[in-house]
Design a binder for this molecule. Structure first.
Ligand code: UDP
Ligand code: MG
Length: 169
């Protein structure tokens, strides 16, 4: 049994098109477990780090605008970690090919994706493509305490004088 974790993002177009429930229902066919989930305001820094491997592509700046929500007036993405046997391949299979016009029409991207007039693939969902990418991405998007299983080694760290917002009560 090869349990894997994979990062799934519902991209801003997926949220704008009200596809969240639909996508979660499709992903439930995999019988994988959701071990982390949250809504995220995608900062410029997070966007550029997430897609760092594509920084030399001609569509990079448009891709950054896309994942930050600038193209859809929805400055958020939904981030989740799916976990279970063969999770990476199972989610990629359901998601379909990167190019929504080449994706199987019954896959998530085939059914709901589109290519913009600028040539960007708006394909409603992100999912990791291999184990090293999954690890890098999950560690980028989530802190250890946000995930309900221990996926990767952790260590204790004491942070002094970290400024953060807490409930005023
Ligand atoms: N992308 C694009 N044009 C391309 C390749 C990629 O617009 O020719 C976008 C698309 O939104 C894709 C994302 O960049 O999902 C990341 O590309 P990657 O090659 O990692 O594809 P994925 O892993 O998402 O299938
Ligand atoms: Mg990829």
């Amino acid at each position: 049994m090869n349990n894997q974790a994979t990062l799934v993002l519902i991209k801003p177009d997926g949220l704008k098109k009200s596809l969240t429930g639909n996508i979660l229902t499709r992903l439930s066919e995999t019988k994988l477990e959701i071990v982390a989930a949250k809504m995220v305001r995608v900062t410029d820094e997070l966007a550029r780090e997430h897609y760092a491997h594509l920084k030399d592509q001609p569509f990079f700046e448009e891709l950054i605008n896309y994942i930050k929500g600038d193209l859809h007036d929805r400055k958020k993405a939904m981030a989740m970690v799916y976990w279970g046997e063969g999770a990476i391949g199972k989610v990629r299979q359901l998601a379909g090919a990167t190019n929504p016009e080449e994706a199987d029409p019954v896959s998530i991207r085939g059914a709901y994706g589109r290519i913009t007039t600028k040539g960007l693939y708006e394909n409603v969902i992100h999912c990791s493509s291999n184990e090293s990418e999954a690890r890098r991405e999950i560690q980028l998007w989530f802190a250890p305490e946000e995930i309900i299983v221990e996926l990767y080694p952790t260590k204790e760290a004491v942070e002094k004088e970290v400024r953060r917002t807490v409930w005023a009560k």
